[in-house]
Design a protein around this ligand. Structure first.
Ligand code: ZN
Ligand code: ZN
Length: 270
């Protein structure tokens, strides 16, 4: 009874994460082309037809840009809130609207809870997936957080969260001031420091793995994100901290009873 969490790739050029239980295979976001999605799944010995459904966090192209495509090309159902479904012009017959904080069940062994997060110009949600009494949170694209989000993420066994930019790199980097303001504002993205502060609030001894996602290629670097976040959670967190790259899939995390096993059923071949 394990659930694997595999990032097919995260970043401004596309995001998608595979959650796989014995009875369900679900994607969180689909920001890739059909070719890219099929290629990334093939590395896990899967095809798009194996996917039961796709949950979309929000309508921005790097998260929802390939949502309609999975409906028209492979008949895969998509779940999104009303605003996101409207913005993405999803196929009505293959679309289910979820409401914030209403648990969605997939198959017999997976439940997914959408939790609202602040991200300008969109109706964005984080997802907390439960399987066999354990939980994994997938959180991306937020400029700040709410007490509600903290309450739902605290004590999750796995947490994937964006660590978008290094504040100094952003401020001294090539972006125009208006864009710098938008990224660092309350409705933008989390800096490494903010991600560290958030994780310090939600990590407990139950938290066994963390993945930092959606790193900016211009305004961040994996070693800076990792060291900045570790500074905040060093005392609390003794688990596995990884970074998700734009070009995945590169690793899997596990929650569930056999979470200590080291051989992945879906280990990438490359
Ligand atoms: Zn976004
Ligand atoms: Zn994004």
């Amino acid at each position: 009874m394990t659930m694997t969490i595999t990032h097919l790739g995260t970043g401004s050029r596309g995001n998608s994460t595979l959650l796989e239980t014995p009875r369900a295979k679900v994607l969180i976001d689909q920001g890739f082309s059909g070719t890219q999605l099929a290629k990334r799944l093939a590395r896990l010995q899967l095809t798009p037809e194996d996917i039961d459904c796709v949950f979309i966090t929000h309508h921005h192209g790097d998260h929802g840009g390939g949502a309609k495509l999975v409906q028209t090309k492979w008949n895969i159902p998509v779940l999104a809130n009303e605003r996101t479904a409207l913005e993405l012009d999803l196929v009505p017959e293959l679309t289910t609207h979820f409401e914030a904080l209403d648990l969605v069940r997939v198959g017999e062994d997976l439940a997914v809870l959408p939790v609202p997060v602040p991200h300008a110009g969109s109706d964005n949600v984080a997802f907390v997936a439960s399987h066999g009494g354990e939980r994994a949170a997938i959180i991306t694209d937020l400029g700040s957080w709410t007490d509600e989000l903290i309450a739902h993420v605290r004590g999750c066994e796995h947490i994937s969260i964006e660590s978008n930019y290094d504040h100094n790199k952003l401020m001294h980097g090539p972006y125009p001031y208006s864009l710098k303001d938008r990224i660092s504002g309350r409705g933008g993205h989390l800096s490494n420091q903010q991600t560290g502060e958030f994780l310090a609030e939600v990590c407990t001894e139950q938290t066994r793995s963390i993945t930092l996602t959606h790193l900016s290629e211009k305004n961040n670097a994996p070693h800076i994100a990792e060291s900045t976040v570790l500074y905040y959670i060093d005392e609390i967190f003794t688990g596995d901290l990884r970074i998700s790259a734009q070009n995945g899939p590169d690793f899997s995390h596990y929650i569930g009873q056999e979470a200590t096993e080291t051989t992945a059923p879906n280990k990438p071949l490359k």
